[in-house]
Design a protein around this ligand. Structure first.
Ligand SMILES: [Zn+2]
Length: 478
């Protein structure tokens, strides 16, 4: 079955690519990029994103921003556009769209949003830039070397920020800045993105006032935080006309009272618990709880639990879990916190029981699946880890971490071919074609698989080689 699937995949992928015209990046006289050119750029950017240590990898935060992003995109005017949403560990208030529908959201933006509709308003605005093809149109006017620059420097700024002492990082940042200048949005773009964003907000069932309200939130924060404007305002100029234009549109739209999702509240509390030093985070939540400065008590108690755990106060954190179990609705985030706490306390017996119970109730919660698989690997039970991953993987076929866990399990079992094959699939899903190719080559040469496994690996190796030979045709840069 798996062999057929792999071969089918080749058949499906190859003709589809050759049926299209070759995306000749040398000829960009067209007014927009072709879908394959955009895909190549998006893949390159995502590869840098995946490598950057400034991108949040916490599966609960990742899944939250993706489900919010896809919900908004699904309510937009362009259903065929691909999107990738991710969170950048950066406490400035910003969000940005890159070619290929890649949208980054700063942690600072999530923390600054007073409600979910405000956050959704900014993401809707970025989706507006993508579906109006502002970047694709600006890129189409650039020379090929600039496009390559944009693709390879897309996230260079992130790298430069995490390694400020690196000269090359600073250089990359400088040229990324120059590239960014060529791609600054015009007022016309801003108006279009606002218009599309508002419609998306409305269609998706959010409060459209979220958009103008967040303009105010940003203006206020620029007055109170070190006097400088949030970076969002530099790339998306906010004029008084723009504000009144959006306010006027909102007036004509239906009024809607919208409750924030519990996930929004918990994700914000989690980010807040990771902000500043651990002891400062504990004090922050203790004060908001004591002074009752919150809109959602469960989220505050959850944040306090996370902050206490971060501060190595496991007993305190366990009390928080108790409070949440008694007073808040059952939620997979709470179960994940409880299980992580047991792991940190080295109580693997209880942790295993809890993972099994929680996954019964929340069978596809990635953080629980990760935790349970890691639990089995720590107990040197690779067969159980593999059984779990193989059961859960169909819901997340593009998740590289599932393959990394499998690779660890096969390593523990001493199975070399399967270990390299899984690692190759992980690299492929981290947009690292070269790494995938090397691992698949090692798998093919390892010689400890049966005939059936060997044919799967060889078919996949040939497919990857084809991709490496004609990267542009396959939506990759070299
Ligand atoms: Zn904008």
């Amino acid at each position: 079955m798996k062999l057929i699937y792999t071969i089918l995949l080749c058949v499906l992928v190859m003709p589809a690519a050759s049926a299209n015209e070759l995306p000749d990046l040398g000829d960009v006289s067209a007014t927009v990029l072709s879908p394959l050119q955009e895909q190549a750029i998006a893949n390159q950017i995502m590869r840098d994103v995946m490598r950057s240590n400034q991108v949040v990898s916490d599966p609960e935060i990742v899944d939250y921003i993706q489900s919010l992003g896809y919900r908004l995109a699904a309510n937009g005017p362009e259903k065929r556009q691909q999107f990738n949403f991710f969170v950048v560990q950066d406490n400035t208030i910003n969000a940005f769209a890159m070619p290929g529908g890649v949208i980054g959201v700063h942690t600072g933006l999530i923390l600054a949003a007073n409600n979910e509709s405000e956050l959704a308003g900014v993401i809707g605005h970025e989706i507006g830039h993508v579906v109006q093809r502002h970047l694709a149109r600006m890129l189409a006017q650039q020379k090929q070397d600039t496009i390559l620059n944009i693709a390879s420097l897309g996230l260079a700024l992130l790298a430069a920020r995490s390694n400020p002492q690196l000269g090359s990082g600073a250089m990359a940042a400088a040229s990324a800045g120059a590239v960014q200048k060529q791609l600054d949005y015009t007022r016309e773009h801003e108006r279009e993105a606002d218009r599309v964003g508002l419609q998306i907000l409305d269609n998706a069932g959010f409060d459209t006032r979220g958009m103008p309200d967040f303009f105010n939130t940003m203006l206020k924060s620029s007055r109170f935080v070190d006097g400088s404007a949030p970076s969002f305002l530099r790339t998306h100029p906010l004029t008084t006309e723009r504000i009144s234009d959006v306010r006027n549109r909102v007036e004509s739209m239906p009024y809607r009272q919208v409750q924030d999702s519990q996930e929004f509240q918990y994700v914000r509390a989690k980010l807040r618990a990771g902000y500043g030093s651990a002891s400062q985070a504990v004090v922050y939540f203790q004060e908001t709880l004591r002074e009752r400065r919150y809109t959602n008590e469960a989220a505050e108690q959850y944040g306090l639990g996370l902050a206490m755990m971060r501060n190595n106060n496991m007993e305190g954190a366990a009390k928080q879990v108790e409070w949440l179990r008694k007073n808040a609705a059952r939620h997979p985030y709470i179960e994940t916190l409880a299980a992580n706490l047991l792991v940190a306390q080295r109580n693997s017996g209880q942790a295993g029981k809890l993972y099994a119970q929680a996954l019964n109730q929340f069978p596809n919660h990635r953080a629980l699946i990760y935790g349970y698989a890691e639990h089995f690997l720590a107990l040197r039970q690779p067969d159980k880890a593999l059984a779990l991953i193989q059961e859960k993987q169909p819901a997340y076929p593009d998740d590289p971490y599932f393959y990394e866990l499998m690779s660890q399990a096969y390593t523990a079992q001493g199975k070399n071919m399967l270990r390299h094959q899984a690692q190759g699939e992980a690299y492929f899903r981290r947009y690292n074609l070269q790494g995938a190719l090397e691992q698949m080559d090692l798998a093919a040469k390892s010689g400890d698989g049966d005939f059936y496994q060997q044919s799967i690996v060889e078919a996949r190796l040939n497919q990857l080689k084809q991709m490496a030979l004609e990267p542009k045709k396959e939506g990759f840069f070299n």
